[in-house]
Design a protein around this ligand. Structure first.
Ligand SMILES: Cc1ncc(C[n+]2csc(CCOP(=O)(O)OP(=O)(O)O)c2C)c(N)n1
Ligand SMILES: [Mg+2]
Length: 788
């Protein structure tokens, strides 16, 4: 045989194999469409209901993506790839793992019930492998870009072999393209030379409320290409492309190109007869069109018109195969929301559900007998079922290894306390990190710092001088080369340990989430330390919550904070962050006052971030220089970690105490000095963590009610040293509610001080007086408690 003949034969064999693969994957797509629909139907219509509430689920959003997910999971996905799945396509992901025998029927039947499959994929609550939790749209998309960056960081640091890298993939809805965080992430990604990242858009041109604006056509291509992405648009399926080649086909193609999204959706919903009527009208007299239409009955015409790229397995396989190399790639896969369901195209289909007759119709259409709804390959015959089973078992995703359990990084029992009789918590934090950076502790090598353009002003600069900026390509410090004096000597190289970010705080929190998942994702534990101006935590709050929800582990430092920031004024002074710290699950927050507390809490944090039942940690710091405490022993330390300790022990049964948090320690001490003559045995409670104190109190109470171990919480023990009717003055530079609850612990009277109005510029004496945080305010509050 000649070489050319051999080539031709190989082509024929290749085509036949592809056709076989497409035929099998088409069957799998049907199963995923069925199982996801049935899971939602079962939970809403068949399972017993006790509360009259809608269970919910998104059949149309699932059906929109089943072909995309089939082609991805059973063909394109490599064992090292990681995927963030569009939240409302969660049931499809579970159906995939059901086919892989990694999900149980019981869990699917309990969809959206306690202990069942979660509404949206969850790393921590679902039992199948979930690479990224999703739910708040946009976040699961952008996080993949930051995880690609983390992967590159590990490669550059010799912690991950280039051959063990994968693509970080987001399967996203088109409405996610409306979220601003996507574009912040694009810009940051471009700066960091993002690679190995795929975003696949389920471009059904419907969001929750509406069909999307026609004007956006091609705009996304421009935006992404500008930021260095390859854009692959999958507009038409094979049927359509073939039809376009026939006489009249070009007119049909143009008609589709110009059809408004809403019209396309309406016609999709109405079906074949409506398509025919409209096309006959719009394309009347165009040569070839009536023959083209006549060659399709109504069902075939509806199939043709909805044969978009995102529903054509062959088109998807070809596109995924062709996207070689590591350039970040956006696939815009045109789809129909509710494809293959009677809900297809209807504008209300986001939460719409098939009624019983409709789901029965789909069941019959797919050849599934009543009672066999949960059977993986029902109605397909043994031969086909065996081939499908084999395809599923042979797919790369079936070879995916379990997530890593990275060994812990040893943490020194103590971190040295910075010297100095007068210090701020922020400076102490910077100094402790600097000392670590100079040390050869294993811990220091795993710390990765980052900040949204506030590296210098949050005292990370010294660490960066020592350990360098991370860049895949070396970048000299031009100022240093030019011998221009500067405190910041920031050369960028592959071994650098600071990831420089632009000012967008949202990116910063997503990066912390990605870094904080390095251990399970890539098998190397990183200890991320991120600093942000405390009030701007609010800018990235949803992303912070997102990181915590996934159990990512990081140390967040909010600094400077409160009205203690004085000169910067009301727009920069944080007020409610102590409440954010208390209210955020997965984040243990602290408001320390002294440098030795900071050292203690940082050492504890590096351990807690690695503990099985640990969490992320948040330190709220300030630039206020305060006089340090002389300690006679280490007895205070356990209390400081638990959330509070007596800075001045009360006499047994004392009638009052002052409880303070953070920067106002000097005012609390001054007031204590002035009052202790009048109130014998007056206590002074240093509350390092209202958060931990409250959590422990709640847990102890809950344990009493639920038959758990009966124990006294730390705060009950502390306040139990006072008289039952004692008076408490609480004070912090933040919302007074963070401490006012202390009065409820033992029913003691409380007078809470704090800030509950916007701050303003001023010097500290003026501001503390104006906002009633000074010693005089504390004394007045105490007097009021006693005199009424
Ligand atoms: C941040 C955020 N806002 C609002 C919602 C509520 N919500 C869930 S899905 C959705 C629309 C999704 O449309 P699209 O991304 O196009 O997905 P489709 O279902 O069309 O595939 C909205 C508004 C959410 N989950 N997250
Ligand atoms: Mg959509």
């Amino acid at each position: 045989m000649t070489a050319r003949a051999q080539e031709a034969r190989a082509q024929v064999t290749g085509d036949a194999l592809r056709a076989e693969q497409v035929a099998l994957l088409t069957r799998i797509e049907e199963r995923l469409r069925w199982l996801s629909s049935w899971t939602v139907h079962n939970a809403n219509n068949l399972r017993e209901k006790r509360d009259g509430l809608k269970v919910g689920g998104h059949q149309a959003s699932c059906a929109s993506m089943t072909a995309i997910m089939t082609a991805l999971y059973f063909h394109a996905l490599g064992p090292k790839d990681k995927v963030a799945v569009k939240p409302h396509a969660g049931p499809v992901l579970h159906a995939i793992h059901y086919l892989l025998d990694e999900q149980t029927r019981e869990k699917l039947q309990a969809f959206r019930g306690l202990g069942g499959v979660q509404s949206y994929p969850s790393r921590t609550k679902d039992t199948i492998p979930v690479d990224f939790s999703t739910g708040s749209v946009g976040l699961g998309v952008a996080v993949t870009a930051f995880s690609s960056l983390v992967q590159d960081y590990l490669v550059a640091h010799g912690q991950l072999a280039e051959g063990d890298t994968g693509r970080m993939i987001a399967l996203m809805g088109d409405a996610e393209l409306d979220e601003g965080n996507i574009y912040e992430c694009l810009i940051e990604g471009y700066k960091h030379d993002l690679r190995n990242c795929w975003w696949i858009v389920d471009y059904n041109r419907q969001s929750l409320d509406a069909t999307t604006a026609d004007r956006m056509f091609r705009r996304f291509d421009d935006i992404f290409e500008t930021c260095g992405w390859r854009v692959v648009t999958l507009k038409h399926g094979r049927l359509q492309r073939e039809a376009f080649q026939r006489p009249g086909g070009k007119a049909l193609e143009d008609w589709i190109a110009n059809c408004p999204n809403a019209d396309f959706a309406v016609l999709t919903y109405l079906g074949g007869a409506a398509w025919r009527e409209r096309l006959e009208r719009d394309l009347a007299g165009v040569p070839g069109v009536s023959e083209l239409l006549a060659a399709h009955d109504n069902a075939a015409l509806a199939r043709l018109m909805t044969n978009l790229g995102g529903h054509c397995i062959e088109t998807l396989l070809d596109a995924f195969d062709a996207a070689t190399g590591d350039q970040p790639t956006l696939f815009i896969a045109y789809t129909v929301k509710g494809y293959g369901l009677p809900l297809a195209g209807h504008k209300d289909n986001h939460s719409g559900m098939m009624n019983t007759a409709q789901i029965e119709g789909l069941r019959a259409e797919l050849g599934i007998a009543p009672g066999e709804e949960w059977d993986k390959w029902a109605g397909l015959g043994d031969n086909l079922a065996a081939r499908l089973e084999a395809l599923v078992k042979d797919s790369p995703i079936a070879r995916k290894t379990a997530e890593h359990r990275a060994p812990a990084v040893p943490v020194p029992a103590r971190l040295p306390v910075p010297e100095g009789a007068v210090q701020s918590t922020q400076a102490a934090f910077g100094r402790i990190l600097f000392d670590l950076a100079k040390s050869d502790a294993a811990l220091a090598d795993r710390i990765v710092t980052s900040a949204p353009d506030v590296t210098q002003t949050t005292n990370l600069g010294a660490f960066v001088n020592q350990r360098g900026l991370f860049r895949r390509q070396e970048l000299a410090d031009v100022f240093q080369k030019a011998k221009i004096p500067s405190a910041q000597k920031w050369s960028a190289h592959r071994a650098g340990q600071h990831i420089e970010l632009g000012i967008a705080e949202h990116n910063f929190f997503l990066l912390l989430a990605s870094l904080g998942l390095a251990a399970p994702h890539f098998g190397t534990r990183l200890l991320p330390v991120g600093t942000v101006y405390d009030p701007f935590i609010a800018r990235g709050l949803d992303a912070l919550n997102y990181g915590c929800y996934q159990d990512a582990r990081f140390l967040l430092v909010g600094t400077p904070s409160g009205i203690t920031l004085a000169g910067e004024g009301g727009a920069h002074q944080s007020i409610n962050t102590p409440l954010i710290g208390m209210g955020q699950p997965g984040l243990e927050s602290f408001d320390p006052a002294f440098a030795d507390e900071v050292a203690l809490l940082m050492a504890w944090a590096f351990g807690h971030m690695q503990a099985e039942d640990g969490s992320s940690v948040y330190l709220r710091l300030t630039t206020r220089q305060i006089e340090q405490q002389l300690r006679s022993d280490e007895a205070w330390e356990a209390g400081a970690i638990a959330g509070a300790y007596w800075l001045r022990e009360p006499a047994p049964g004392a009638g009052a105490a002052i409880a303070y948090s953070g920067a106002v320690a000097p005012e609390a001490l001054a007031a204590w000095e002035q009052l202790r003559g009048d109130i014998p045995g007056l206590g002074l409670l240093a509350v390092t963590s209202p958060d931990r104190l409250h959590r422990d109190w709640s847990a102890a109470r809950a344990a009493r009610w639920s038959g758990g171990v009966r124990r006294e919480s730390h705060v009950e023990r502390l306040l139990g040293q006072l008289a039952p009717g004692a008076g408490l003055v609480t004070v912090l530079d933040g919302s007074p509610a963070a401490l006012s609850w202390l009065g409820g612990v033992r029913g003691q009277r409380v007078s809470p001080l704090g800030t509950d109005r916007f701050g303003q510029t001023g010097d500290l004496p003026d501001l503390y007086r104006t906002y009633r945080l000074d010693a005089e305010a504390i004394i007045d509050a105490m007097a009021e408690l006693f005199l009424g």
